[in-house]
Design a protein around this ligand. Structure first.
Ligand code: FAD
Length: 191
């Protein structure tokens, strides 16, 4: 007796489904589940527990032990300082004119659109009495430390010893220094 034609059709549909799933997953970067299920058209959907901040993606820091949801002003502050100080650590010792302009603009933009109005308004005042100094990596990271201390003082927090800023915020932990900023010259820098 020959093969059941329906079985052959089912197998073919199964193979097509797997191919579609694989290509869709690559496009939207959903990891492939190791599975031996042959027929499945829908890519794996993140479950509620996967979306909880502590498991998706996996982290190890204490700030991530809460469930997913709106962040507090403190969490936002910590995340933003992490970004800013890391930028300071990665900043070029000899920045281009464009890089100096960029960090000044970034601070100004932050003082306008930081998503906590009271903090943004306060930061605007901090900037007007402490203009950005970004002539070198040392200058910029020390300036950041000082303005962070201005914010710390206004919140009644202890100040941070700025001579330890490089120890606290080293260069980004990134293989082969691939993440280091390059001092790329732009036409603007020639003048
Ligand atoms: P954070 O102050 O967030 O600091 C994070 C870590 O940075 C610390 O654990 C420490 O290791 C290190 N650190 C501390 N000080 C320094 C420093 N001077 N230099 C280098 N590293 C340091 N909150 C308000 O309630 N009102 C505001 O007006 C306000 N304004 C803000 C303005 C900006 C631009 C930002 C980014 C945040 C602001 N915040 C404000 C949030 C506030 O600064 C804190 O981030 C938040 O209160 C959490 O504080 P924290 O004690 O966990 O440490």
């Amino acid at each position: 007796m020959g093969e059941n034609p329906l079985e052959a059709i089912c197998i073919t549909i199964g193979r097509i489904s797997m191919a579609v799933q694989t290509n869709l997953s690559k496009l939207i970067k959903i990891p492939q589940k190791p599975t031996n299920v042959q027929i499945s058209v829908s890519p794996p959907t993140p479950t509620a527990s996967m979306l909880a901040a502590d498991s998706y993606p996996p982290h190890s820091t204490d700030t991530n032990t809460k469930q997913a949801g709106p962040v507090t002003r403190e969490e936002l502050g910590r995340a933003t300082w992490t970004f800013i100080h890391t930028l300071g650590a990665q900043y070029q010792e000899k920045p281009t004119r464009q890089q100096k302009k960029d960090v000044k603009e970034l601070m100004a933009i932050l003082s306008r659109i930081y998503p906590c109005k009271e903090c943004a308004d306060h930061f605007k005042e901090v900037l007007s009495s402490n203009p950005v100094q970004a002539g070198s990596q040392t200058e910029f990271s020390q300036w950041l430390c000082r303005v962070h201390n201005v914010v710390n003082r206004s919140l009644g927090k202890p100040t941070f010893p700025c001579e330890q800023v490089d120890a606290r915020w080293g260069k980004l932990d990134c293989e082969h220094r691939m993440c280091d900023l390059q001092g790329t010259m732009t036409p603007f820098d020639k003048y």
